[in-house]
Design a protein around this ligand. Structure first.
Ligand code: NDP
Ligand code: 8X3
Length: 252
């Protein structure tokens, strides 16, 4: 039987990379995406030992490049079964009156508009084939707002709404849509948020046991491997030391 094909955005790091690695172990062919082509090539070299892997290098903000990249897929990779909308980051952590406009634009352009561009390019094929699964990576920040999180939280609340909207609009076409919403996961996320300030980034994960990207990859694989009649519509995953965005037991 032919392998299923998954399209994963943000596969160069963190949750996306861990998901690509786990999917390869389960025999799922991969289209891995990101801006850092060296990392994509490295991951392709590793995972190609197990499955067929195609790389696409593009910035999700550039809609022409998104559409061209997806149109350029070779025949063998065109019939995408699973879309993991994962690319995204926080940029900055500041009160609303002090936030940088360029950070706000980055978060809305990447986390919201980028997710929409990729989805718009891939959904028509799923509709034609009357099947597909879409997992949107939201966040606890899409379920509640925390101090200084303002626009990042807004972007993830938008992902939450888009996830619901996609599910409502696509279920008649046989496409299953769901979101996985992680709490604190130790990835490059905080390094990006704090613009390379390692001390600030490391401090986020100190004093407690954060989730690992592999923990979220496990949950994503669980969601996409349910039987046909089961759809994981919306799921929140936190470290045991976390109760909400602001309540984290940091006494360990
Ligand atoms: P990482 O920073 O480790 O990974 C982010 C990924 O997104 C990278 O592969 C990066 O690739 C890609 N990406 C970022 N910007 C762009 C862009 N403009 N165009 C294309 N790709 C881009 O963070 P995580 O793995 O933690 O984040 C993955 C998702 O999980 C995000 O949506 C994030 O909001 C969400 N999340 C993370 C949590 C956490 O605590 N870590 C918790 C809840 C949700 P490249 O730089 O090569 O382009
Ligand atoms: C990432 C988790 O709490 O930093 O979405 O917003 S948090």
């Amino acid at each position: 039987m032919k392998n299923k094909i998954a399209f994963i955005t943000g596969a160069t790091s963190g949750i996306g990379k861990a998901t690509a690695t786990l999917f390869a172990e389960h025999g799922i062919d991969l289209i891995i995406c990101g801006r850092r082509s060296d990392r994509l090539n490295e991951l392709q070299a590793t995972l190609s030992e197990k499955v067929n892997v195609h790389t696409l290098t593009f910035d999700v903000r550039d809609k022409d490049k998104v559409f061209k990249a997806i149109e350029s897929l070779p025949e063998d990779f065109k019939n995408i079964d699973i879309l993991i909308n994962n690319a995204g980051n926080a940029h900055g952590l500041a009160p609303i009156d002090q936030g940088e406009i360029s950070d706000w634009e980055a978060m809305l352009d990447i986390n919201v508009k980028g997710l929409l561009y990729v989805s718009k390019a891939i959904i028509p094929g799923m509709i034609n084939r009357k099947s597909g699964r879409i997992i949107n990576i939201g966040s606890t920040a899409g379920k509640e707002v925390y101090p200084n999180g303002n626009v990042y939280c807004a972007s993830k609340h938008a992902v939450d709404a888009i996830n619901q909207g996609m599910r409502i609009d696509l279920h008649a076409h046989g496409i299953k849509v769901g979101a996985i919403n992680p709490g604190l996961v130790e990835t490059e996320f905080s390094n990006v948020r704090f613009k390379g300030d390692k001390t600030k980034a490391d401090a986020v994960y100190k004093g407690f046991t954060p989730l690992k990207p592999e923990d979220i990859a496990d949950v994503i694989y669980f969601a996409i491997s349910r039987p046909a009649h089961v759809n994981i519509a919306d799921l929140i995953v936190m470290p045991s030391d976390q109760a909400s965005s602001t309540i984290v037991n940091k006494n360990n």
